[in-house]
Design a protein around this ligand. Structure first.
Ligand SMILES: Cc1cc2nc3c(=O)[nH]c(=O)nc-3n(C[C@H](O)[C@H](O)[C@H](O)COP(=O)(O)OP(=O)(O)OC[C@H]3O[C@@H](n4cnc5c(N)ncnc54)[C@H](O)[C@@H]3O)c2cc1C
Length: 378
């Protein structure tokens, strides 16, 4: 169905900035642009009723990488670029906390542990003491701490199954957030700033003709092309649909949450297998997710393996049913650096946030807005 004259004029046509994707990156970019250019008309087009991408389907780790994950980054990117990446996560988290406030995002300073389980089918080895020293030395310019990671005894975590844990690396610097509260308060802030968020519309295409245009449709209906002065594609895992040449692949990730476990206290966030598996507590519930590196296609097999891992760490969860199970899509590629790209005149993309986009998302969105404002198409 075509949009009415009023709908088009009021909310869609001729925006100074039209953003595709209402996740943390798109919303942060909108807020930054409006702060710097209060005179700009800005709309965010989001196809899902809430958000529907990683920003409402993540695990809520306020993290910057476990020791083995950072070792992988150093190997694939080199020390300098990997440090730049971890800085983006670290500074992005500070920015998120400062902008929205710890209470509004449900921030908890719970610390983290990276666990190496006995008899767990994994190729990832715990770092030696010398390797740990080297990681800490490399990381100090970012965290400001001489010992970001410390080898520790699993016995210190009373609800965890210490005899099953071969090795344990802890960091006091990691935290967790309430993902729903975080995005809810960001949406509120964006609306309060006078930015329009349009849910339930799909963007079918973007082009420069020669000025930027965006094809928008209600659900699966045929789209209409609208002019915009500047466009930002912030669709992360779904970027290929609008930008087929970008190195972004959509990777599904399963997440499960248990029913409450009476008396369960706050747990540190847990990393396994270089961050491919993760677990945490949410109030009296436990969450576990990930496992995409196992290469399993069958959903129930992935679920079963995640549950076995959960029970191995926390035997108290053995008879507790799962209350929620969902899939979220990560935007990944040949390395873990996010991509900012100009697709065609006036059309930018800020995508591929990987598994730590909560940490990086706000700062990355701000940077995308800054680039657009530095040389706006109009
Ligand atoms: C299961 C899971 C667990 C995670 N856990 C963590 C974690 O603990 N900590 C962390 O830091 N990061 C985590 N992440 C990563 C993080 O959630 C993402 O990197 C981040 O949310 C990406 O934000 P974004 O705004 O780039 O993309 P998204 O949040 O994916 O937003 C993109 C939006 O674009 C919309 N969209 C797509 N195509 C169109 C279209 N054609 N028209 C209109 N709208 C469109 C989508 O509906 C979506 O809402 C996790 C991700 C997943 C999937």
């Amino acid at each position: 169905m075509a949009f009415s004259y009023w709908e088009s004029k009021q909310w869609i046509s001729d925006r100074d900035l039209l953003i595709v994707g209402g996740g943390i990156v798109g919303l942060s970019a909108a807020l930054r642009a409006k702060t710097l250019r209060p005179d700009w008309e800005i709309s965010v087009i989001e196809r899902h009723p809430f958000s529907g991408g990683g920003s409402t389907r993540n695990a809520g780790f306020a993290c910057f990488g476990s020791a083995t994950e950072l070792q992988e980054d150093r190997q694939s990117l080199g020390d300098k670029a990997a440090l730049e990446l971890v800085r983006k996560r670290w500074e992005g988290l500070q920015l998120l906390r400062e902008t929205l406030g710890d209470e509004a995002i449900g921030y908890q300073s719970c610390g983290s542990v990276e666990l190496f389980l006995k008899g767990f089918d994994s190729s990832i080895q715990a770092p030696t003491d010398d390797e740990l020293k080297d990681i800490n030395r490399w990381l100090q310019p970012v965290t400001g701490e001489p010992s970001t990671f410390k080898r520790t005894l699993a016995e210190g975590f009373i609800e965890m199954n210490a005899p099953a844990i071969a090795d344990c690396i802890a960091s006091p610097l990691e935290g967790s957030i309430d993902t729903g509260k975080m995005l809810g308060s960001l949406i509120q802030k964006v609306r309060n700033a006078g930015i329009t968020i349009i849910n339930g519309c799909h963007v079918k295409g973007v082009r420069s003709n020669p000025n930027p245009q965006v094809c928008i449709a209600e659900s699966d209906a045929e789209g209409t092309w609208f002019d915009a002065k500047n466009v930002l594609v912030a669709t992360n895992a779904f970027a290929k649909q609008l930008a087929p040449n970008l190195d972004v692949t959509s990777a599904p990730n399963h997440v499960m949450v248990t029913e409450p476990i009476p008396g369960l206290g706050l747990q540190p966030t847990v990393h396994l297998d270089a961050g491919y598996v993760y677990a945490r507590s949410i109030g009296e519930r436990l969450l576990i997710g990930g496992g995409r590196h196992w290469g399993l296609q069958n959903e129930s097999v992935i679920q079963k393996r995640l549950l076995q891992t959960l029970h191995r760490i926390w035997p108290i969860a053995l008879d507790i049913p799962i209350s929620h199970h969902w899939v979220g899509w990560l935007g990944v590629g040949s390395d873990r650096m996010p991509i900012h790209s100009i697709l065609s005149p006036g059309i930018h993309a800020a995508v591929r946030l990987g598994g730590m986009g909560v940490a990086m998302g706000m700062q990355f969105g701000n940077e995308a807005a800054d680039r657009i404002l530095k040389s706006p198409a109009k």
